[in-house]
Design a protein around this ligand. Structure first.
Ligand SMILES: [Zn+2]
Length: 175
């Protein structure tokens, strides 16, 4: 299987929606359609609160998904402060996210293997040992007792997820 540029766009859309919810998805869709968003036009062009949109655009800018630019309004001649979609950065953006997720899964698998992960059998929430201590080995959600998780089936599941992420990472790196 080979990945296409469209796959990178789809994956970015999913990640951005995960990170910023519905407003993030709307902003990314607008950027895909128009190439850029003008600061001065956020309130009139996007169905997202201006403050929230600015916050999201700033975070996307930290990841180089958008870059600051100036765009001249054809009709009024006004120069607008804009954010331009930086498509070549999507690959790195996705890889960074996948690597972060992979790290989290590695930590989880290690705790699970070492038996330093605790679980509430009522709500299935998981806690690290120090968290379990802090809560007096009682689930803060429902008060049920927290027990050692150490579950080989879960370890296997996490390891499989890590393998899938590795395959995806190498596919994207080859692009
Ligand atoms: Zn619970």
């Amino acid at each position: 299987m080979e990945l296409q540029d469209n796959d990178l766009i789809d994956m970015s859309a999913m990640i951005i929606e995960n990170m910023f919810g519905e407003p993030g998805r709307k902003i990314f869709e607008y950027l895909l359609k128009n190439g850029y968003i003008a600061e001065e036009r956020i309130a009139t062009t996007l169905d997202v609160r201006s403050n929230e949109a600015r916050k999201i655009l700033q975070k996307l800018s930290d990841e180089a998904v958008v870059i600051p630019d100036r765009v001249k309004d054809e009709e009024t001649g006004e120069v607008l402060h804009s954010w331009r979609l930086n498509k070549p950065a999507l690959k790195t953006f996705i890889l960074n996210r996948l690597k972060k997720t992979r790290e989290k899964l590695e930590v989880l698998a290690r705790h699970e293997r070492e038996g330093t992960l605790y679980i509430c059998k009522t709500c299935n929430r998981r806690y690290l040992l120090d968290e379990a201590y802090a809560y007096g080995f009682q689930c803060p959600n429902d008060g049920d007792l927290l027990v050692e998780a150490n579950n080989p089936a879960v370890v296997k599941l996490i390891e499989e997820s890590i393998k899938k992420i590795d395959v995806l990472i190498s596919m994207i790196e080859r692009m």
